[in-house]
Design a binder for this molecule. Sequence first.
Ligand code: 13P
Length: 250
Amino acid sequence: MRKKIVAGNWKMNNDLAATNTLISELIKKEKTANADVIIAPTFVNLLEASKRLKDSSIKVAAQNMHFANHGAYTGEISATMLKSVGVNTVILGHSERREFFSEDDNLLKQKVNKALDEDMQIIFCFGEKWEDRSIGKHFMVVESQIKNALFHIKNENWKSIVLAYEPVWAIGTGQTASPEQAQEMHAFIRNLVKENYNSTISEDVSILYGGSVTSENCKELLREEEIDGALVGGASLIASDFAAICRAAE
Ligand code: 13P
């Protein structure tokens, strides 16, 4: 059975005080959602978030991780470090990591392998740029991003994978994909998983949509059959907006 999931990617926002304030507000609103709710604060606040949410149904995720266990990788964070502060979920492949930190399919494949080895849940992001869509290459781009970094995994690994379609042109722009555009792409992705694995796996995997999701547009997006939840940036920084999106995913 696929799950409804709403994840908030806080990106490089919220210092410790702001993290605590937002978590307190989310805890107050927590009982109103049926979906699995995840927040991804910045690395330095993961321990605090994890402690504060220990007895809550809200899970804490990291926004990135390195593929090695430890060693001379200045500025990087390993899976075991994340797990040691109670974080068992990681966002990989976000377009901002691909764009500003040159993360490519091959590097992401290594990160995916490490996260699976460590039994972590992965929210795997991908999505086309506007220039791809404008010449009709969006399906091809998405297919290659998914295939190159994910389609080597074993059938049993899929229980640890959440897919997140985030068209780059919709991220932080206010230009959300229409429900029809998102539904069309999600159906394509599910079919891709079916063709390369099987229909049980493709029916069970949750596919989230991300890109300018707001408390206003979430209902029409989440109503679509193939959209199992949302990966939310800006609106996840406002407790009432994020809670409204969580409520819409039922
Ligand atoms: P926005 O919701 O701010 O467009 O960001 C989406 C996103 O990148 C989530 O990972």
